[in-house]
Ligand binder design. Structure first.
Ligand code: C5P
Length: 401
């Protein structure tokens, strides 16, 4: 997919710059050529020597470099690539881009380029949330700049929140999605998968037997069809597929928040076995065993992610697919579920214990849409995923314009 593609990789000056070394390795491994550009500050975090050794090309650093200008002028440099990727995109670099400043080589290239640009922001959470940065992001989005991340998590500065740069494999997935020519190229899909864990206290929880196998297989099949995939997964037994953006969650409420943040999307596939209830009064300390006393748990209802996404106004995905795990009257129950949840399709399956489907390798499903129910023969979960994604691709009628 990346063979013979040229990436102009602009490295900004932030601690996350160290992750670009890994990104360069992975890009080169996949056959891409990397033209590295570093800002002055970037060279404080990673050395031009490491960057150029991994890229296999000289690093461009100075705007006024007569030698480099004679070989390739900066205008030509800005246009010679198939894609411009800015990692990490610092608050300063984003501000320069939003305002059209061009006082160093990186910002000049970004102003001069006519090539699509993807940026991976990284900064302190307060800087990210500052109204000035948020204004700049809005401007850049309107200018057609694509964003990957930032993620939420621990930051090198010791704080926690949004502002952590996406991991190299996530950035790689976004770059690959750009060049994908599959039928779902240019589409964004959100897939939920796995069980959720609902805490009773810090060490005990309520869960279910979902392995995450069907959700993982669907995310992989969507990726293979060219979609960029956000994979929101509970604590699953199966490893998430590579080449997708993975968001790990534990509870239903965390899953709902992650899905909300991942919108907008063209496609939503809700394969997670979300716990319907959570313990009302999860304890901050471990419940003590007291002789003769049995604790009683009271439950409250969890948010229904599928139903709430299906009911969204502005950014409802064009196609919302839910699952129905039933143990009896599969088609009848699933048909009612489709109406109740307001989704477009339901993939219904019989999970009675004797089927071995829950946690197993096979699945046997009925696809419920507004047409007649479609009975698919029993097959491996990967095959179910492929067939479902073929149906999705057909529904979208090929590549996005
Ligand atoms: O649990 P239920 O049979 O209603 O699940 C049907 C569908 O709804 C599944 O696709 C599941 O992922 C989704 N669901 C959800 N949020 C819940 C419960 C179920 O998204 N709280």
């Amino acid at each position: 997919m990346l063979k013979d593609k040229r990436i102009l990789l602009i490295i900004g000056g932030g601690i996350a710059a160290y992750k670009t070394l890994e990104l360069i390795r992975r890009l080169r491994e996949r056959g891409a050529a990397v033209t590295p550009v570093m800002t002055g500050a970037a060279a404080e975090f990673v050395t031009p020597m490491s960057v150029s050794a991994l890229a296999g090309e000289a690093v461009h650093q100075a705007l006024f470099d007569l030698g480099a200008e004679a070989e390739m002028g900066h205008i030509q440099l800005s246009r010679s690539a198939d894609l411009v990727v800015v990692v990490p995109a610092t608050a300063d670099l984003l501000a320069k881009m939003a305002h059209g400043l061009a006082n160093d080589l990186a910002s000049t290239l970004l102003l001069a380029t006519d090539t699509p640009v993807i940026v991976a922001p990284a900064m302190n959470v307060r800087m990210w949330e500052h109204p000035a940065t948020q204004r700049n992001l809005e401007t850049l989005r309107a200018d057609g700049i694509a964003f990957i991340g930032p993620n939420e998590g621990d930051m090198a500065c010791g704080e926690y929140g949004p502002g952590r740069m996406s991991e190299p494999m996530e950035i790689l997935a976004a770059i690959e999605a750009r060049f994908s020519s599959g039928p779902l190229a240019g589409r964004h899909a959100i897939v939920t998968s796995g069980p959720t864990h609902e805490p009773i206290d810090p060490v005990r929880y309520i869960a279910n037997r979902s392995s995450g196998a069907q959700g993982s297989a669907i995310a992989a099949a969507l990726r293979d069809a060219g979609a960029s995939v956000t994979f929101v997964t509970g604590p699953a037994a199966i490893a998430p597929p590579t080449g997708v953006k993975v968001i790990n969650v534990e509870t239903a409420r965390e899953m709902e928040a992650a899905v909300s943040r991942a919108l907008p999307a063209d496609i939503g596939v809700f394969a997670a076995a979300v716990a319907d209830w959570r313990v009302d009064t999860a304890q901050p300390q471990k419940l003590k065993k007291v002789k003769g006393e049995i604790p009683s748990l009271s439950f409250v209802e969890n948010p229904d992610i599928l139903a709430s996404v299906s009911a969204r106004g502005g950014n409802r995905p064009e196609l919302v697919v839910g699952f129905a795990a039933e143990t009896e009257n599969v088609v009848e129950n699933a048909t009612q579920k489709r109406a109740r949840k307001g989704c477009d399709w339901i993939v219904a399956n019989d999970v009675s214990p004797d089927t071995g489907i829950m946690g197993g390798t096979d699945n046997s499903v009925v696809l419920i849409s507004d047409a007649a129910p479609e009975y698919w023969p029993r097959m491996r979960k990967e095959e179910v995923a492929k067939r479902l994604v073929e149906r999705i691709a057909k529904r979208f009628g090929g590549e996005k314009a």
